[in-house]
Design a protein around this ligand. Structure first.
Ligand code: TEU
Length: 564
């Protein structure tokens, strides 16, 4: 039987800026979250993950923090936060914060001090380097290494005053903290303890596998046509990553049972994740890996490639098998950095959206691991019909658009085609609460346009309709809470070479579950062993009115249960 509470839990991610605006300034806020806690309680989720709400210049929507122990007035204040925390706990849910400590804001007092002079005691709290040997400081190409920033442009910015460059793997307003410096690590641990003392239940840790850099810092691989080198081999899964996370565990979580930690780790491998999430190693409880959200990416970032279901199944199969004995998987389709899955891997047409959204949820939630629901996923929210670059607000989209079109000579339409399909702003359009103006998100002017389909797709309509995506997700969460095989069952992939059906079983003690999802708009027969016997078993859950056994209707999912 499971020994760790979060193995049978479901986490709900809130992107406060787009969740609910109570004061009418067009930006979501903490009062808005408080006003909708009952929506989350009815859905049945166990944990709320809040994307950053700390004081921030909002250069990257809060992932650039200038004060880790205060709330940005955009969202509210510490008293309102305490009220939100109390309301969450009163409803039997836990709350985890977003920990963004690979970098801070350039307006954080730590960086202001570090930048003030080479002799400042905090100079070594960040990564400062002189210009490349023999190059004129500040001149193009004089950066200490050829690394590109994730948001376009170089990963180094020249500081005239002190005559050196500082490193930022993201925007220039997000300077990387130097984790080699024990003072930095201690300051971070003290801040984390402060939040845990305040009653929060854990952390989602931003790009936490980037905190250890390979020394000395060296140039990355330069591919033809690219403006900058790929330095990821110097900062992804670095040499002291495990050591730092173990130290963090000892300094912050030791003696505090019942916490949840999940590390966001672009580029983490299965073997790496086994080590990071092995409970005996005391690092993190689970990681966010990216393989399945990169399954529709090719070598050329500005080219869309269609998803091959066998590729997706190959990825999930590897992660399920790899962490079957040691470690634990997170399960997610969506977050604030990914496009809406029903538009990406499903079908968001009016005819098939509801079935596809339910099928994708069913297939994901019945894997072995902890599911994460991103706000609006429980309503089947879709991508937004972006037209021009002017419709976008995301620093990553704008920065990458500039680099691709201006520095790399791509056509605007070529780049826009990918941003429309993959841009992060697709996930950040305001939550659709009802069919009133601005979908009930705000009385003011929303910071990002509401999806025009809000009259059809909104929480009020979904909660009133027993056949909705909302109630299907509620049943999935209930099933995880009631059926131990969903939590602890051994995973076996079926039909690995089928490009239309995603099928697997879960076995636990005397219970066996069969889960099949149809990833097409066609009717498809599941040619599995024992088909007849399964068709006589208990159909626990499906998303069509008249199921036809293992002959699956377009975008249909089935969950059967039998005793072995
Ligand atoms: O994201 C890190 C990260 O992996 C993203 O850059 C992601 O790959 C990309 O956006 C997909 O298009 C984290 C946060 O989740 C993100 O919101 C922040 O912008 C970033 O770190 C910097 O803090």
């Amino acid at each position: 039987m499971t020994d760790l509470w979060w193995k049978s839990s479901v986490v709900y991610q809130i992107y406060p800026r787009s969740f609910a605006d109570a004061d009418g300034d067009g930006m979501g806020d903490l009062r808005g979250v408080i006003d909708h806690l009952d929506h989350l309680a009815e859905l049945g989720v166990d944990v709320l993950w809040l994307s950053p709400i700390y004081r921030s210049p909002q250069d990257d929507n809060g992932y650039d923090i200038s004060d880790y122990q205060d709330i940005d007035p955009l969202f509210g204040d510490l008293a309102t936060f305490d009220e939100l925390l109390a309301g969450t706990h009163r409803r039997g849910m836990k709350l985890i914060m977003d920990l963004v400590v690979n970098h801070s804001s350039d307006e954080h007092p730590w960086f202001v001090a570090s930048r003030s002079g080479k002799d400042n005691p905090k100079r070594d709290w960040y990564w400062w380097r002189p210009a490349r040997e023999g190059m004129e400081p500040g001149a193009p190409g004089a950066e200490p290494t050829n690394w590109g920033s994730a948001f376009g442009g170089p990963a180094w910015t020249y500081d005239k005053e002190t005559g050196e460059y500082y490193l930022h793997l993201f925007s220039p307003k997000q300077p990387d903290l130097n984790w080699e410096n024990p003072e930095v690590r201690e300051a971070v641990y003290a801040m984390m303890r402060w939040w845990l003392d305040r009653g929060v239940d854990g952390f989602r840790m931003d790009v936490i596998n980037m905190i250890s850099k390979v020394l000395p810092l060296a140039d990355g691989r330069l591919t033809a046509g690219a403006a900058y080198g790929d330095g990821s081999s110097s900062y992804i899964n670095g040499p002291r990553n495990h050591e730092f996370l173990r130290e963090m565990h000892d300094q912050v979580f030791a003696g505090r049972p019942g916490m949840l930690t999940v590390g966001e780790m672009p580029g983490v491998t299965v073997d790496g994740a086994i080590k990071f999430t092995d409970q005996d190693r005391h690092e993190v409880d689970m990681v966010f890996q990216f393989d399945h959200v990169w399954a529709d990416r090719g070598a050329d970032p500005w080219q869309l490639i269609p998803l091959r279901l066998t590729a997706l199944k190959g990825i999930f199969g590897r992660w399920q098998a790899g962490l079957a004995q040691v470690g634990w998987n997170s399960l997610y389709w969506n977050n604030h950095d990914q496009p809406r899955v029903v538009s990406r891997y499903g079908d968001d047409s009016p005819e098939h959206r509801v079935a596809a959204a339910k099928m994708l949820g069913t297939v994901l939630h019945l894997h072995r691991g902890t599911p994460y629901i991103y706000q609006g996923e429980e309503l089947g929210m879709t991508n937004y019909p972006f037209r021009t670059i002017a419709d976008f607000r995301d620093i990553e989209a704008l920065g990458q658009y500039h680099q691709a079109t201006v520095q790399e000579g791509r056509s605007p339409e070529e780049v826009l085609t990918v941003l429309r399909a993959r841009g992060r702003d697709n996930a950040r359009t305001p939550m659709q609460w009802d069919d009133s103006p601005h979908a009930g998100f705000t009385r003011g002017e929303p910071w990002l346009a509401v999806n025009p389909n809000y009259r059809e797709i909104n929480a009020k309509a979904e909660r009133a309709d027993p056949g909705s995506v909302f109630h299907h997700y509620r049943k999935l969460i209930e099933l995880r809470h009631e059926e131990p095989a969903v939590v602890d069952g051994d995973f076996t992939m079926l039909l690995p070479h089928d490009e239309r059906l995603y099928a697997f079983t879960r076995k636990f003690q005397t219970t066996e579950l069969l889960v099949i999802g149809n990833f097409t708009g066609e009717t498809v027969r599941a040619e599995i062993e024992d088909a007849i016997a399964w068709e006589e078993a208990e159909l626990v859950l499906t998303n069509v009115a008249e199921p036809t056994g293992l002959t699956l209707q377009p975008w249909q999912a089935v969950v059967y249960r039998r005793s072995m």
